[in-house]
Write a protein that binds this ligand. Structure first.
Ligand code: PEP
Length: 255
């Protein structure tokens, strides 16, 4: 499976700044042949993403979606609107949306349904809130996945990506989780998903303070299928360096 490396800009970058980022990154992306790439700009830059990124190796998507199809939901953006702008991915369940907007697993579940129903891929963010031993973290993550994915058919989960993002590792001032911890949680998520996904094998990304130095060891950990990058994705050169850390596929994998 090709590694998937993506970045969410959160509430950063005007459309003008986004245009500069796209112009700088696209030539770099053409040299990143071993990975799949995505960027999640703000809603305000999605039309520009469609203009500048169509036909490039960089897919784009949104940081949020309304659980409703349309109608009186002022300020919300529907899945159909995102599809119309060429979005392939939608992130749901990010820790900052849970914190700032009180999003519950039920709301996240409805957003997952809206995203899958519109034919886009979901990036479902999950992770324990505090540092904890592996078994405790696994329990918290699986309980969250159980609630967020309740009632979603296994056949639909081919378009699921899980982003394991322990809250204590996200954001300025924090450090990435240890690769051994990340690998353990990823393998547990993978086993849990294997019983529910009707043969599909969703990719499981790690997110939390990933940078150029930590990326190679994280990607080398069995069970880590890619990386989800926050603040170190705001610089196109730094993001390209992180993506370049993905190991080339082994000859066996290419046969
Ligand atoms: C995130 O918040 O999803 C994230 C990965 O951020 P950062 O890389 O800045 O820790």
């Amino acid at each position: 499976m090709r590694p998937l490396i993506g970045t969410s800009w959160k509430m950063n970058m005007t459309a003008t700044e986004a245009g500069r980022w796209f112009d700088a990154f696209v030539p770099l992306a053409r040299g990143l042949l071993e990975v799949d790439l995505f960027v999640l700009p703000s809603f305000t830059s999605l039309e520009l993403a469609r203009e500048r990124l169509a036909g490039t190796p960089l897919a784009w998507g949104a940081q949020d979606v309304s659980p409703f199809d349309d109608g009186p939901h002022t300020g919300d953006v529907s899945a159909a609107m995102l599809v119309d702008l060429g979005c392939r991915f939608v992130a749901v369940g990010h820790a900052e949306r849970r914190r700032d907007h009180g999003e519950t697993p039920a709301v996240i579940n409805a957003k997952i349904s809206a995203t899958l129903g519109a034919g886009m891929d979901v990036i479902l963010c999950t992770g324990e809130l505090r540092r904890a031993p592996d078994e405790v973290a696994v329990q918290a993550v699986i309980a969250d996945l159980e609630s967020c994915l309740a009632g979603i058919a296994g056949s639909e989960l081919a378009r699921l990506v899980v982003a394991y993002e322990p809250l204590w590792a996200i954001g300025a001032g924090n450090r990435p989780a240890a690769p051994e911890h990340v690998g353990q949680i990823h393998r547990s998520i993978g086993s849990w998903l294997a019983n529910r996904t009707a043969g599909a094998r969703p990719r499981i990304l790690y997110g939390g303070s990933v940078d150029q130095d930590s990326a190679p060891r994280l990607l080398a950990e069995p069970g880590v299928d890619g990386l989800f990058v926050g603040r170190n994705g705001l610089d196109p050169v730094a993001f390209a360096a992180i993506a370049a850390a993905a190991p080339a596929p082994s000859p066996a994998a290419l046969r």
